[in-house]
Ligand binder design. Sequence first.
Ligand code: NAP
Ligand code: HSE
Length: 422
Amino acid sequence: MRVGLLGCGNVGAALAVLVDEQRDVVARRTGLSFEVASVAVRDLSVDRGVPLPAEVFTTDAAAVVSDPDIDVVVEVMGGIEPARTLIVAALGNGKPVVTANKELLAVHGAELYSIAESAGVDLLFEAAVAGAIPIMRPLRESFAGEPVTRVMGIVNGTTNFILTKMSGEGASYDDALAEAQGLGYAEADPTADVEGHDAGAKIAIIATLAFGTEVVADDVYLEGISGVTTDDIEAAAHLGYCIKLLAVADRRGDEIGVRVHPTLVPNDHPLAAVNDSFNAVFVEGDAVGEVMLYGRGAGGRPTASAVFGDLIDAAGNSARGHGAPIGSLERARISPIDDLETAYYLALDVDDEPGVLAGVAAVFGAHRVSIRSMEQAGQGGEARITFITHRARERDMQATLDDLGGLDAVRSVGSVLRALGG
Ligand code: NAP
Ligand code: HSE
């Protein structure tokens, strides 16, 4: 199988090495021999550290996808264009495509799945979500008959690495981000990681497969981790929680809720033990109960492992003359964030005087938000009260925050984070 590789950065270079290392083993197991025959990059002068001759590199990506000698295309360049046009051309030329490009799939997935189906070839994308963790194939195959109710997880390695470093080692946000970039975890523009866009794209793809209905990036409610402070992490730890960036997709009647936000996770919850660049995905269904998948969520070599698995699958399907189509999808009905019900963590800076707490509690009560626990730190002009609520509706919590901000005794409304449990 002659592979056309679009991109030779963190993932593409690791794939070229893996294909070389595993060639004999894969040939023995599958009867297929893989050769990276053509590699499109932007800059021919860069040494990629891969076991490939210089003549396979080109800056003409369009020529790779139209080359009749290329059997299968791997897109690991990232971004929407020219990746989309190249994938459409490859599928149109009857070539199966493997991609790790969640940004693209979360916007144009349904269109591309449909083109692949019409062309009768595979479009596989295990590496697009949660790096090395097999989650796309289970959702497409193992859970195809499962009434999935919720999928929830840590699906961004960069932010999980940053939060782990900030809480475990007291590292600053900027230092932790720079280290994640150095390790090849972050997107080309790391804003995509820290502001939640990358996790948002992944949960849109997950929701599409889990619920069989088209969910796109714009449907996802997003909050990133750039506002999470070391004070929040310490306050959460004091209350028995850690802070994780969670991505959640759940079925609510005939609507789908999709969201990404920093979340307080109780220390005894399995997701609290998912650290560094590791990811984990919980699938919950009426029949299956709970299943958790765990593994490396980012990094060239773990991601290349997932790409290589897809490559072997796509090549095998191509040799057998059939693909594994997703089929046509209708647009999902999206549940607004205002309808969410969850527990909340809230920090308030207040005047430390008699009657202040009663005034604050009255605001919670007026909006039917029930307080589960509260704690005061500091006193006088330094007083800070942190609350954990029982489950409340988002719109009621937002109304509570508006009214709290109007109280004279409340100097500022600090972080507001959603919490698991309650
Ligand atoms: P990267 O290190 O930035 O590599 C991108 C590669 O694509 C580079 O070799 C670049 O060429 C090439 N490229 C970009 N635009 C091009 C164009 N217009 N024409 C030709 N070549 C072009 O990115 P990466 O980290 O490997 O990520 C690649 C994809 O995998 C992205 O979709 C990303 O979201 C996804 N992904 C990454 C990870 C991870 O941990 N890194 C994990 C899962 C999924 P030059 O080197 O010449 O600039
Ligand atoms: N930037 C992504 C992350 C790469 O940190 O999870 C894996 O998709």
